[in-house]
Design a binder for this molecule. Structure first.
Ligand SMILES: Cc1ncc(COP(=O)(O)O)c(C=O)c1O
Length: 374
């Protein structure tokens, strides 16, 4: 029985043309025409005045965002708790003190009410890490309003939301910096890679400088900063360029999967889909379900059934970071008494959202899940 994936790479052929050109011209290095062109093409895709720096990973882009904002040991950084650990790890590399913020139910992202409360306790954070989980834009305006009132720069983790828009603008373009990921499971992939985005050219120039070992302008090797080897390779950039041609097509296919699940479970009161932000247009990177608290069927039961009956991969919701052993010492701020992110973690599940799923695959997945509720 074939394997049905959560979200696997979908290649089209143009990727190999760009790679071939790189080989033919011997640009097999962490620089070259594909890297330059990808930065230009991504900048144009993201919107007017956006500069892009091509890097080895989204995590590297987050790390260099910390450098752009000059995060130092002991600085307070607010971060959405319901996310992948890569969102926050780079702040920890720099010695920041992390304060986790709960999510709201309408987008599963940072709750503006909890953010407000966090400012009461910690009035002077150095940065706020905002995430668009599973591709659904956060309540960006509300979050930015609060951060702007306090003069705190926002880093926008758009690793999962490339091509999602909010009020007509691309996610990743609202913060001081934004980051995207081209990891293997993302909406488009270059096998691995990422980008840092900014309205300020000096930010992406600084990121490029640090990403290439921080060489000062001199004939000899001269360094006045600590550098990193974070630049994207010209081969990888070729894959990303080929994929970028198909981003909107991938988005349409992801949306169709979300719509299909929404329709299929519409008559099962115990199942609701992950929410959409009415001010946004999500890329539906992963379609997720949330089970009613009274449901006898659990996320684990669905995972097991999908594995056994469909050979299909599903995945628990990200375990909130404030529940992770490694972050046990960090504060967690919620809007009220309820811990919303833990509740979503306990009752939610990411369903197979691979755009290569056939109609038969989708029918099998849906039938298998529906049978559990029969
Ligand atoms: C929310 C989020 N942030 C950051 C990352 C890190 O991106 P990368 O894997 O490209 O380093 C990922 C995915 O891997 C992610 O899902």
């Amino acid at each position: 029985m074939k394997r049905i994936y959560l979200s696997s790479p979908t290649m089209h052929g143009e990727e190999q043309d760009y790679i071939k050109e790189a080989f033919d011209t011997n640009w097999v290095a962490p620089l070259g025409p594909n890297v330059n062109a990808l930065e230009k093409e991504m900048g144009e895709y993201m919107g007017e005045g956006i500069h892009a720096c091509a890097l080895s990973a989204g995590t590297a882009a987050l790390h260099l965002s910390m450098k752009v904002l000059d995060i130092k040991p002991g600085d307070i950084v607010f971060c959405q708790s319901l996310t992948f650990s890569a969102t926050v790890n780079p702040a920890v590399y720099e010695g920041a003190k992390i304060v986790f913020i709960d999510s709201e139910r309408e987008t599963w992202n940072m709750d503006p009410a909890a953010l407000k409360k966090a400012y009461e306790k910690y009035p002077d954070p150095k940065a706020v890490l905002m995430v668009h989980l599973y591709g659904t834009p956060a309540k960006i305006d509300e979050i930015l309003k609060i951060c702007n009132e306090h003069g705190t720069p926002v880093i926008e983790d758009s690793a999962e939301s490339l091509s999602s828009t909010y009020k007509g603008k691309q996610t990743g373009t609202f913060g001081r910096t934004g980051i995207v990921s081209f990891n293997g499971n993302k909406i488009i992939t270059s096998s691995g890679g990422g980008m840092m985005l900014s309205h300020r050219k000096e930010d992406t120039d600084y990121a490029t400088f640090l990403a290439t070992q921080a060489r000062d302008k001199a004939r000899h090797y001269q360094h006045s900063h600590i550098g990193y080897n974070y630049r994207m390779s010209n081969i990888v950039a070729g894959i990303a360029r080929g994929q970028l041609l198909h981003l909107e097509e991938h988005k349409a296919l992801k949306k169709a999967i979300y719509k299909r699940y929404t329709r299929a479970f519409g008559d099962i009161p115990e199942i609701s889909m992950n929410p959409m932000n009415p001010d946004g247009d999500a890329n539906n990177w992963l379609s997720c379900i949330l089970l009613d608290g009274a449901s006898k069927v659990t996320p684990d039961m669905i995972m097991d059934a999908l594995e056994e009956k469909c050979n299909a991969e599903s995945r628990p919701i990200w375990k909130p970071l404030h529940l992770q052993p490694v972050f046990a010492g960090c504060d967690f701020i919620k809007a009220g008494d309820e811990d919303v992110s833990s509740d979503i973690f306990a009752r939610g599940l990411c369903l197979p959202s691979d755009i290569k799923n056939t109609e038969e695959d989708m029918e099998l997945i849906i039938r298998t899940i529906r049978d559990l509720f029969a």
